[in-house]
Design a protein around this ligand. Structure first.
Ligand code: HPA
Length: 273
């Protein structure tokens, strides 16, 4: 069975179990999974039950696909993601996004927890991703290209839809949040960066650093989806403060900004359709 057939088998399973045809897809990052509670008329499918979905292992990630509505818009929310650092094949990391694309999702909102590098970023900030830098050492499109999914050499000039960026910034202002924007840089992890690495990443033009999102964004653009991205700055990057980094700090900050995050997504998602 090739990858396309695996994707379509997962799509078939989802369609059999849920009549909603989602238009907007959402990926919830570390500690940000609670947004899924906002979905109305829910159908919840455990990743463990969907053909070809891998097991989820990271604390703060549940592993469920939640289908339903936010406002009037049909959504598919991936509550929990696969990370490359877990040891998954990169094809398995992007598999859920491939499935959403083949399910008929037209727009994808990617969220993550990230370390803040940019001077103006503070823990608790929600940063609109305006572009990314891929330093993961991999590309999910490596290997034979399947034209049924997208072209061999997809353009990456505007990965994060400019209209979506404006829309999110407007929503941030409306609910009294600072409208921060920046470049997200992805490394493979799972160790956090050294202070020397963070100084290097700053000179490369990174505002925030994390271990996800980029493979999903690349595949979504490959499939022609419109993409939006929001980083929750959970900590200052290594060396910017003297504090050591920990996953606990990441999940604690995500918990602290949860209400802002939920309000922002509730406002934004219906307008991504
Ligand atoms: N570095 C990498 N990934 C992260 C960080 C960080 O500081 N915070 C949350 N995810």
């Amino acid at each position: 069975m090739d990858q396309f057939e695996r994707i379509m088998e997962a799509v078939g399973f989802i369609k059999k179990n849920c009549s909603v045809l989602p238009r907007v897809g959402v990926v919830l990052g570390s500690g940000l999974g609670e947004f899924a509670d906002q979905v109305l008329d829910k159908t919840v499918l455990a990743y463990a039950d969907i053909p070809h979905f891998q097991k989820v292992s990271v604390a703060g990630h549940v592993g469920r696909l939640v289908l339903g509505r936010i406002g009037k818009v049909a959504v598919a929310v991936l509550q929990g993601r696969y990370h490359y650092y877990e040891g998954h094949d990169i094809q398995d990391v992007v598999f859920p996004v491939r499935v959403l694309g083949q399910l008929g999702v037209k727009s994808l909102l990617l969220t993550n927890a990230a370390g803040g590098i940019g001077r103006e970023l503070r823990p608790g900030d929600l940063m609109v991703i305006r572009d990314h830098i891929n330093l993961m050492g991999i590309n999910p499109l490596r290997g034979a290209n399947d034209e049924r999914l997208g072209p061999r050499f997809p353009d990456m000039s505007h990965v994060y839809d400019p209209e979506f960026q404006k829309l999110i910034a407007g929503a941030q202002k409306k609910i009294g949040l600072a409208a921060k924007k920046g470049v997200y840089l992805a490394l493979s992890g799972p160790s956090y960066e050294t202070p020397a690495e963070i100084r290097m990443l700053a000179t490369l033009g990174a505002d925030a650093v994390g271990m996800s999102t980029v493979p999903e964004a690349v595949c979504a653009r490959h499939m022609g989806l419109r993409v939006a991205g929001i980083s929750c700055v959970t900590n200052l990057a290594a060396g910017i403060s003297s504090q050591p980094l920990s996953h606990q700090e990441v999940t604690e900050t995500a918990e602290r900004v949860k209400n802002d995050f939920i309000r922002l997504l509730s406002l934004v998602i219906p307008r991504l359709a």
